[in-house]
Design a protein around this ligand. Structure first.
Ligand code: NAG
Length: 275
């Protein structure tokens, strides 16, 4: 009995873990050896030194999906560094859905920076502090993108929604398939306190670690596409999700473009009346 059970168990483990393999899902996009896939494909390590950052790009292009990843961010003095997990198409009218982490001096809080681009136009930043130290442990960061909505979550807690308001004339990313990217790069000219705090290269190389990649998604295979199990495809923010967003905004929000009347003297972007 025992001898039968063990191989069966091992088989299911192998199957479950290979579903999230970085080898199977990503290619090195830049940075050469600074982007490393380790532990049989289970771990991605991205590094940044003075010469270069590093990044990976998904093998597939997705048109909608629910993407989860665990990340452990650059520890210590990470000022000036930006660690990312984002979706993007290409070209001047590209769409993009961003999660970026802006590093900070030791002991100072990281900022979770989010943005949504439609047809080449972004300027929809919302920023949050986290309620934990993202350099101590792995935490799960998620993007849900379906025809109804885009939802950003941290450890399963929704922090931001960008609704599909096309019926009100507001563009929504829905026709351009996107690649998924992970990257670590230097942005000392703006990342930390608006560029006031520069990168301390004596701490280089900086390293961030990713694991437990999971995607339920529609994969573009020209000329058609195939979708994995699809309950996420019509998932919308429920009452508890709305509560979570109110909680995150109340306690952790650093910046919201929808309240920045100085930046938009002509009037706030139209979606701000609804989101
Ligand atoms: C870094 O720490 C300072 C001081 O606590 C804070 O004002 C800032 O928002 C933090 N984050 C970034 C990315 O600058």
């Amino acid at each position: 009995m025992e001898s039968l059970l063990v191989p069966l168990l091992m088989l299911s483990l192998v199957w479950a873990t290979s579903a999230g393999s970085f080898y199977e899902n990503f290619d090195e996009a830049w940075g050469g050896d600074l982007a490393k896939i380790l532990n049989n494909g289970q771990v991605l390590s991205l590094s940044l030194n003075r010469a270069s950052g590093s990044g990976v790009k998904s093998k597939s292009q997705y048109l909608y999906g629910k993407f989860d990843i665990q990340m452990k961010l650059v520890p210590g003095n990470s000022a000036g560094t930006v660690t990312t997990f984002y979706l993007s198409s290409l070209g001047s009218t590209h769409d993009e859905i961003d999660i970026e982490f802006l590093g900070n001096l030791s002991g100072q809080p990281y900022i979770l920076h989010t943005n949504v681009y439609t047809q080449g136009k972004g300027n929809r930043e919302q920023q949050f502090y986290l309620w934990f130290d993202p350099t101590k442990d792995f935490h799960t960061y998620s993007i849900l993108w379906n025809p109804l909505t885009i939802i950003f979550s941290v450890d399963g807690i929704a922090v931001r929604q960008f609704k599909n308001l096309e019926s009100r004339g507001i563009p929504f990313p829905r026709s351009q398939a996107m690649w998924l990217f992970g990257s670590l790069w230097d942005a000392e000219d703006w990342a930390t306190r608006g560029g006031l705090v520069k990168t301390d290269w004596s701490n280089a190389p900086f390293t961030a670690t990713y694991r437990h990649f999971a995607a339920q998604a529609c994969v573009r295979k020209q000329p058609s596409q195939t979708c994995s199990s699809s309950s996420w495809l019509n998932q919308d923010l429920d009452i508890s999700g709305q509560k979570q967003i109110r909680w995150a905004q109340k306690h952790y929000m650093v910046y919201n473009y929808c309240t920045d009347t100085k930046r938009f003297p002509q009037g706030l972007p139209p979606e701000c009346s609804f989101n």
